[in-house]
Design a protein around this ligand. Structure first.
Ligand code: NAI
Length: 349
């Protein structure tokens, strides 16, 4: 099913408003989700709406939160999110961080007690569009085996980085610290497709290709991905005085409670180190150099991070965004949610 960007955004916004979110917040969440779908990052797009709608309807996401910026120094702040939507809190917190970095050269803003925030590059790209470097990390619920472990401890803990080049272009790198994001497993489930045996393990800790049997995800590159996930949990959880590690709330545990999650934004003004124009020229040079690297057998070219989405973005812009039929049917239906997620096993469908 193909849907225009505007229509998809409208459908999502309407559904989230029906669930109880304010018009403003529903609009921001819809924007973040469509940002992901428009790049083909379907794991963090419309497929999440029913889960959010259920959590909103059950008051596990604060409908009209009291967001508050607490400045803790010239370049540091805590953005208290009152368990509102993470998408909205992180957008507003990034706007504050951008302002602080413009004034002081650097900004570190922790978003404290939020709900799920979606694709992190939405926020880091906000900084890059303002000629700043954006970096973001966040916690997510424990579903990843630490290296050598037989049970989950950390989450898929993603990190994102964006740096501006010339002509509105940027490098935008955004990844979960697992071989694949959990949403990719959900996407495979929704399409009944097999997954590679390097992504996840089953209840016995053994590799599985059946997305329905997944009981834990594998970190990227063994101890290195495990270490990155640890670092992210420290920066977005321990540092902000939030639950960390195995104590991070599960996505499906109790949808009437706030999730108390954390996210950290670091914004750097290139002007504090070099001139913005020199920085942008050299990022553009980096992009060109990468594109000029001789491709290996089986590859047509080397892309810089983020560039790999361009072909999909162009196709979706011209022909509409591709959405799984079941998700579209839900979005156009009168159903707000089907009571499908509350108290589910974290690895439930
Ligand atoms: P991915 O594996 O699809 O992509 C990771 C990175 O690799 C991207 O920056 C992409 O541009 C780059 N890349 C991919 N193919 C490339 C190629 N051929 N050439 C050059 N670069 C290439 O992303 P992943 O790990 O599946 O994450 C998906 C999303 O899930 C992210 O937006 C992440 O922020 C989000 N996420 C959010 C969580 C949350 O709790 N808020 C938790 C986990 C993930």
């Amino acid at each position: 099913m193909r849907v225009t960007k505007d229509k998809l955004k409208n459908l999502i916004q309407t559904k989230l408003e029906q669930a109880g979110l304010t018009e403003e917040h529903a609009g921001v969440v819809a924007d973040v989700l469509v940002f992901a779908d428009a790049k083909g990052i379907h794991s963090h797009g419309a497929m999440r709406v029913e889960y959010y709608a259920e959590r909103i309807a059950k008051n596990g996401i604060t409908h009209n939160p009291e967001f508050r910026l607490e400045k803790t120094g010239p370049s540091s702040a805590i953005y208290h999110a009152d368990n509102g939507s993470g998408h909205v809190a992180c957008k507003f917190a990034m706007e504050e961080a951008i302002q602080m970095a413009k004034e002081n050269g650097v900004a570190v803003v922790g978003v404290k007690k939020m709900s799920h925030s979606g694709a992190l590059s939405y926020f880091t790209e906000m900084a890059a569009r303002e000629d700043l470097v954006g970096f973001a990390v966040c916690q997510s619920d424990p579903m990843v085996v630490p290296f050598g472990g037989a049970e989950p401890y950390y989450g898929t803990n993603p990190l994102a980085f964006a740096a501006p080049g010339n002509d509105g272009k940027m490098i935008s790198f955004d990844m979960a610290t697992t071989v694949q994001a959990w949403g990719k497993i959900l996407h495979a489930r929704s399409k009944n497709e097999e997954i590679p045996d390097t992504w996840a393990v089953d209840e016995h800790g053994e590799a599985t290709t059946d997305p329905h049997k997944v009981k834990a995800l594998l970190p990227i590159s063994g101890p290195k991905g495990y270490g990155l996930g640890m670092m992210i949990d420290v920066l977005s959880g321990v540092l902000l005085g939030l639950p960390f590690g195995k104590k991070v709330s599960s996505m499906y545990h109790d949808l009437s409670e706030g999730r108390d999650l954390g996210q950290l934004h670091i914004v750097i003004n290139p002007n504090a180190f070099t001139s913005v124009q020199t920085f942008k020229d050299n990022i553009t040079q980096t992009m060109q150099d990468l594109n000029a690297v001789k491709p290996a057998k089986g590859f047509d070219q080397v892309y810089y991070p983020g560039q790999n989405y361009e072909a999909t973005e162009k196709d979706y812009e011209e022909n509409g965004i591709e959405i799984v039929d079941d998700i579209y049917d839900y979005l156009v239906s009168d159903v707000v949610h089907n009571d499908a997620y509350d108290h589910q096993d974290p690895f439930a469908d």
